[in-house]
Structure formats: structure tokens, C-alpha cells
Design a protein around this ligand. Structure first.
Ligand code: PMV
Length: 348
């Protein structure tokens, strides 16, 4: 019968890099020019939820992102689907009399529905949560038996930073040195209970989509920025050792210093790119100043103006919030409407 549908659902949080990934040495396989380290957020906050379904009545692969159909022709989705199908195993649902043999998966199509509970493509690593979730849900549906690390190399081919979202806690993406990318994988440095006092605040300055995608930005930086070469060859290898040590010891002052320095250097690379890329705006710069006013806090910015502020504990986080309200007064009722809708440009 063509009537049956099998489904699997997964949820993945996003991750925030404290040592940034910026620049690819291979654009198709998505192999980076340096290692990176991130912290995975709690899945109850910024996350993607994805349901994948398979049925003999589907005539092609289709996907809906936040309720809107998107084209799957882009190479990244195809890579993930191909890599998961290649690893698929037999699936049996005896109650419903469904039996899919591993060789059948090639001829079966999937429908994918994914939702982000936060702005998409606004420099909040929505692609990280999205591709990690897609790969995990497909692997569940197709009964893939591989270890998480192996799945991370599939998610990497969707979006580089996605490979780090398959683990909780602190995660390192090792760049690897093989040409086929098989050793460019994510490993967990410490699990989510290791440093529970840390508080991460995200100040959404703008939920607008970024003007320069990370793919274009990275390509231009690799082609034109000499600072990127120095960063990837000299700075990051050293910094990585110090960061791993700081995380292991829960040494907040070192962790904060390294995190801010790495964010600054990433944005300096963007300015060193031709044409220059501006991801941070005036509000971002004010948030940075604020971090220096409230001692013992750290900030990091991805490919957008939104601040990720890290405090060593709730007390300091509270202080930071108070200060923020002081510098950025609460909006009027009218403004609040647009604020609730996610347009926080009023804060500028
Ligand atoms: O994975 P992508 O292509 O979305 O690139 C993400 C790059 C940064 O977020 C800026 C840094 C990082 O390491 O996550």
C-alpha cells in the first residue's frame, strides 16, 4: 500500500562559538581553516525542531522552513540527505506491517518540516541548530547506527557550525587534515553540567537577515584578508590551548578574556576583508562598552549585530541586565509592539 507515513522528530539547540570558525579551505566539503570551540545553549531557548517523514506516496524530497516551502536544490541539503541515506539501515514497524530495507531508501522520498524558535539567518547561528536537527532527525528515521561524532561530519556538510550542535556543553570542531574531511569532526570537551553557573544572555539588536551571508563573507576573507592567514596559522592554535585549559579549570577571567579577544579578531578580519564586512553596529559597540563597565563579563558576536553576553553567575548576569536597562531605557507601548514582534531596531 502507498498509504503509510513514518516520521521522526528532533530538537537541537544552537551553539555560540567562543573561538570562531571563519574561512573554509574546501567549500564543498566545508572544511575550515582553523579549529573552533563553542558552547551549546540549553535546548529550551534557541533551538530548531524538525520533523522528517517518509512515504511511498511522496514523489520528491520537499522541505518547509518556518512554514514556507524552500528549494532543496542547494547542495548543502542534498549533501546531508545523500550522506544519511548512504548510512541508512533496515526499518521495521511490525504493528503497521511496514518494512523498509536499507537498499530501499535510495528510492524513497522525504518531507521535512523545520521551525526555529528564534530569528532565522540573523547571525544567531540558526543554520547550526537547523542542520544539526535535520541530520539527527533523518538519522533516527533511517535507523542510522553511527556514533554522534560521525553524524557531526554529516551535519558539517550542511553548515560548518552545525557539527558542534550535536553535543551539549563545550564542543571543539577539529579542523582535521585529511582531504576527504573524514577527520573534520566535533568532539565534546565538557558536558552541560561541567560549568553550570555560566549565564548566557542574548541581546537581540536586530532580527533582520544579515546582508553578507557567512558563505560569501568567508570566501572574501579567505581571498583578501592577510589577517585571516595570521589568525588561523598563529593566533588560533595558541588560543585554543589556553581556551581548553580555561574551560577545564572553569577559570572565568581567562575564559572571558579569550572569548572577547577572539570575537574582536573575527570582526577585525571582517574589516580586513575587501570589500569590508560590517556585522556589528553602533548598538553592538555600546554593548561592548557596557561589558567593560560591568566587571567580569564577556561578549561575543557572530555574523550579526546581536550581542551574546556571558556572565560567570546569575548575580553578575542580573547586574548586567540592570545596567542594560539603564543604558537602553524601556520602550514606549507603541514601540513595545514592534519589540515583541522581534524588531528591536528601536533600541538603536
Ligand atoms: O556555519 P556557518 O556557515 O553559519 O558559519 C558560522 C560562522 C560564525 O558563526 C560567525 C562563527 C562560528 O564559529 O560559529
Amino acid at each position: 500500500s502507498k498509504k503509510w507515513v513514518l516520521m521522526a522528530t528532533a530538537r537541537s539547540p544552537t551553539n555560540i562559538a567562543v573561538i570562531k570558525y571563519w574561512g573554509k579551505r574546501d567549500e564543498t566539503l566545508i572544511l575550515p581553516v582553523n579549529d573552533s570551540i563553542s558552547v551549546t545553549l540549553d535546548p529550551s531557548h534557541l533551538s530548531a525542531t524538525t520533523t522528517v517523514a517518509v512515504s511511498p506516496s511522496f514523489d520528491r524530497d520537499r522541505m518547509w522552513l518556518n512554514g514556507k516551502e524552500i528549494l532543496l536544490s542547494g547542495g548543502r541539503y542534498q549533501s546531508c540527505l545523500r550522506e544519511i541515506r548512504r548510512r541508512a539501515e533496515d526499518v521495521k514497524d511490525e504493528e503497521r506491517g511496514i518494512c523498509i530495507k536499507r537498499e530501499d531508501w535510495e528510492g524513497l522520498h522525504v518531507h521535512i518540516a523545520s521551525f526555529n524558535n528564534f530569528p532565522t539567518a540573523a547571525g544567531l547561528a540558526s543554520s547550526a541548530a537547523g542542520f544539526a536537527c535535520l541530520v539527527f532527525a533523518l538519522a533516527k528515521l533511517m535507523n542510522v547506527k553511527e556514533e554522534t561524532t560521525e553524524l557531526s561530519s554529516v551535519a558539517r556538510q550542511g553548515s560548518g557550525s552545525a557539527c558542534r550542535s550535536l553535543y551539549g556543553g563545550f564542543v571543539k570542531w577539529a579542523m582535521g587534515n585529511k582531504e576527504d574531511g573524514s577527520d573534520s569532526i566535533a568532539v565534546q570537551l565538557a558536558n552541560e553540567t561541567h560549568w553550570e553557573d555560566l549565564v548566557i544572555l542574548i541581546a537581540v539588536v536586530s532580527s533582520r537577515q544579515k546582508e553578507t551571508s557567512s558563505t560569501t563573507g568567508m570566501r572574501e576573507s579567505v581571498e583578501t584578508s592577510s589577517l585571516l592567514q595570521y589568525r588561523s596559522q598563529v593566533v588560533v592554535p595558541r588560543r585554543l590551548i589556553q581556551m581548553e585549559e580555561a574551560i577545564k579549570k572553569r577559570d572565568f577571567p581567562s575564559f572571558a578574556k579569550l572569548t572577547c579577544a577572539d570575537s574582536n579578531q573575527f570582526h577585525a578580519v571582517c574589516l580586513d576583508t575587501s570589500p569590508p564586512i560590517f556585522y556589528m553596529n553602533d548598538t553592538s559597540h555600546r554593548h561592548v562598552q557596557l561589558c567593560f563597565l560591568v566587571h567580569r563579563t564577556s561578549y561575543t558576536y557572530d555574523a550579526g549585530p546581536n550581542a551574546v553576553l556571558i556572565a560567570p553567575n546569575r548575580k553578575v548576569a542580573h547586574l548586567l541586565l540592570q545596567r542594560m536597562l539603564f543604558y537602553f531605557p524601556p520602550p514606549s507601548e507603541k514601540e513595545l509592539d514592534s519589540y515583541v514582534l522581534g524588531d528591536t531596531s528601536i533600541l538603536q
